[in-house]
Design a protein around this ligand. Sequence first.
Ligand SMILES: Cc1cc2nc3c(=O)[nH]c(=O)nc-3n(C[C@H](O)[C@H](O)[C@H](O)COP(=O)(O)O)c2cc1C
Length: 153
Amino acid sequence: MNKVLFMNFSPNKNGNTYRIGEELLKNQSHDTMQMVDYKIYQYGQVYEDDQLEEVFANIRMADTLVIGAPVYWYTVGGMLKTFIDRLYMLPEAEYLKGKKLYLFAQGSAPDENTVKSIEFLANRLCYFMEMELKGVVVDRSDGRKILQSIVVE
Ligand SMILES: Cc1cc2nc3c(=O)[nH]c(=O)nc-3n(C[C@H](O)[C@H](O)[C@H](O)COP(=O)(O)O)c2cc1C
């Protein structure tokens, strides 16, 4: 069975990112992680209450990851960027290998360079983590294009 995990990387638990992710997955059994509930410190910061391992306990169980983030300052928001930074040299990152990834980001009016840079980031992430990139869409906060373009299998 294809186990789907939606990771909402917005600080707003009921915001646009969450709404779009749940709409995308409305006919699909899935688990949702509100990433704002987890302490994931910056790359290089070492604190005992860091929860990245806990996050990976959930990731390990999934076959497909649906990652959603708001656009902040022309790229993905810092919460997602910090998560990606932390994958560097992380032993648990090997659990990402072979998983399918759908990534969407939405902002109030993402420009062409924002779209290109997030698409590039998703591509490079999948290349280095040996994940299968199934879809990446960046759109306005109504999420119309995201909902039309991504079909999570
Ligand atoms: C700090 C900050 C920076 C933002 N920068 C951008 C931006 O560069 N481009 C854009 O289109 N929207 C930008 N936005 C708007 C958000 O991406 C937009 O409101 C989004 O829908 C928020 O998603 P959420 O409801 O899931 O939190 C920014 C918002 C914040 C708070």
